[in-house]
Design a protein around this ligand. Structure first.
Ligand SMILES: NC(=O)c1ccc[n+]([C@@H]2O[C@H](COP(=O)([O-])OP(=O)(O)OC[C@H]3O[C@@H](n4cnc5c(N)ncnc54)[C@H](OP(=O)(O)O)[C@@H]3O)[C@@H](O)[C@H]2O)c1
Length: 244
């Protein structure tokens, strides 16, 4: 494809799978925060698949680090074809009945939502000069079903879903903007935030009776990269756990 593709949170899970999937013939800008070693192994995989990999570190929960990331990317490239806003996480499970938690609300939105909105705006000049430029936001099934004990996380991803459609209208016809809303996907995410019992309950509630893989989400991301007539869409990939 010969594209330049920035993937945030590409050190593990879905972002790493997307980096490997999109590697052949492309330059993949691999962003990570804490997982430097795994980011380095993603870079090695990208290069052995025939791509070029470049590493960038930033904690995207902070405006100044988002700004530094943009500056570093601009120093390496004067164009960007694809921005995949994938970095994120639940931060922690916290039932609403535990009482208001301003610190958690603030952090969940900064990491998952503000960073994606910031990067989309800040990288527009580079995207403008890209080929079929497009932005892909990774949201969650939580935008459809709610997510008890992670209600704030569901709301922050719903804001990103709304941002997706708003940006798709605002940035058309030059730039496409889409989203993927994963269901329960086997990545380090659930090792951090879910007990085995909770994951088992998700599986039982899922019509296909299994979790998904990071590669299955990467496949949906690739579809959005490649199909130049799709914009403003959210693709649900969840084994039937949510149906329209
Ligand atoms: N797995 C699921 O079931 C599922 C379901 C719905 C939605 N999602 C969404 O899919 C996306 C990818 O998640 P995943 O399942 O692949 O989980 P993961 O393996 O935990 O990956 C999360 C990625 O986000 C990065 N990240 C987290 N906090 C960050 C911060 N403050 N600044 C910069 N980067 C940060 C991590 O970087 P480091 O490790 O380098 O720190 C890592 O690369 C997330 O947005 C998640 O909300 C996942």
């Amino acid at each position: 494809m010969n594209k330049t593709i920035l993937i945030t949170g590409a050190s593990t899970g879905i972002g790493a799978a997307a980096a490997r999937d999109l590697a052949p013939g492309n330059t993949v800008l691999i962003h990570y925060n804490r997982s430097e070693q795994t980011a380095m192994s993603v870079k090695a995989d990208v290069e052995s698949a025939g791509g070029r990999g470049l590493l960038f570190q930033a904690d995207l929960g902070h405006e100044e680090q988002c700004a530094r990331l943009v500056t570093e990317i601009c120093a390496h490239s004067d164009t960007l074809d694809v921005l995949i806003n994938n970095a994120g996480g639940l931060i922690e499970r916290s039932p609403l009945s535990d009482g208001p938690n301003w610190r958690l609300i603030d952090e969940v939105f900064r990491v998952n939502t503000f960073s994606a909105m910031y990067l989309t705006s800040a990288l527009l000049p580079l995207l403008e000069s890209g080929s079929d430029p497009n932005v892909i936001n990774i949201t969650s099934i939580a935008i459809r079903t709610g997510a008890p004990t992670a209600t704030i996380y569901g709301a922050c991803k719903a804001a990103l879903d709304s941002f997706t459609r708003g940006a798709a209208r605002e940035l058309a016809p030059r730039i496409r903007v889409n989203a993927v809303a994963p269901g329960v996907i086997e990545t380090p995410f659930h090792q951090k935030y879910s007990t085995p019992e909770r994951v088992q309950a998700f599986i039982e509630a899922t019509p296909l009776k299994r979790t998904g893989s990071a590669e299955q989400i990467a496949h949906a991301i690739r579809f959005l990269v490649e199909n130049s007539f799709v914009s403003g869409e959210t693709i649900d990939v969840n084994g039937g756990l949510f149906m329209r």
